[in-house]
Ligand binder design. Sequence first.
Ligand code: GAF
Length: 389
Amino acid sequence: MTTDAAADAAAEAEAAFASAHGGSPEGVWAAPGRINLIGEHTDYNEGYVLPAALPHATRVAARRRADGRVRLFSAQGDGSVAEFALADLAPGSVPGWAAYPAGVFWALAEAGHRVGGADLAFSSDVPTGAGLSSSAALECATVISLDELYGLGLDAPGRALLAQRAENAYVGVPCGALDQMASSCCVAGHAYFLDTRTLTGRQVPLDLTAVGLSLLVVDTRVKHDLGDGAYAGLRAGCERAAELLGVRALRDVDAAGLAAAEERLPAELRPLLRHVVTEDQRVLDAVALLDAGDPRALGPVLTAGHASLRDDYRVSCPETDLAVATANAAGALGARMMGGGFGGSVLALVDTDRLAEVEREVRGAFAAAGYGEPQTFQAVPSQGAHRVR
Ligand code: GAF
């Protein structure tokens, strides 16, 4: 995002603040959505992930209140203000989109942080339900604004874990740490190699423009919902497999031990294990390729990741499969679905001079299949959560 566009986006949040709450905020913060180069459904198995932040972000204009009340407004909402007293917060007590920021207030209090009331106004351009972490962006924007307004002194991983706690325990979605860690900790121009067991990470330079490559996101517009039970079912399956294998998490099975471990599981759990073990290895392979300065070679790793999500984990859908197959047939170096699955977005690694053709072919294939028009954009690795004003 250009400096001008970022300023416009912050001004939008300020305008939303003035209309909903009156007056001026004390500051404006932003937290981005994310892509994930590779490492899907590995985070709750204590494995590896490799996300990068998007230029698309949720901005929040915020001001403290002295009366212990919270008022939440979204420029993308229905025009109403969600209002509650901090003292009344309990998991699930605030419905709809406002549950995510409300959950952050709840998680901060649960962790013993002294946070008072606040007026918040959000403005976001992160596509929702697209596997691009719009929920994490909302949570992470909230937590960084409250951290700074109330002088809590948290660091970026600490903020991410509170945001994840909000989603797990307040909203009730059993997600891993990928999305919140990405939104909080990513650095512009880098992918973030994260070990979700130790929560230690490393920024890996990702300057694809310099080598004539682009990351194309195809949002299929097929909405996914992590709260619908399928995600929780997959997570439970992985936990059951780990228990049967006598390991803490599936991360503890390596590629060499995969075949023997599969033998010890019932048939329905074997594909879950296969995906997690091979996906962790794909993250390590991808990082090695980037470290070696060979980003073109990421393409087959992405496509192998998609096959594993489609055939073993079974979270792809006809639209994501079509986008991947068409992008690859049109000359992409590789492509895969991202996020929880059952819809959402596809990431394709493309030679920049073929970008227009790949986009055109994907749009044409969607039209021919009678699917809705996909949304496409280039992902430029951007900055994690930060203060804008
Ligand atoms: C969703 C979840 F929120 C993440 O924690 C992660 O599990 C991802 O699906 C799949 O990799 O985005």
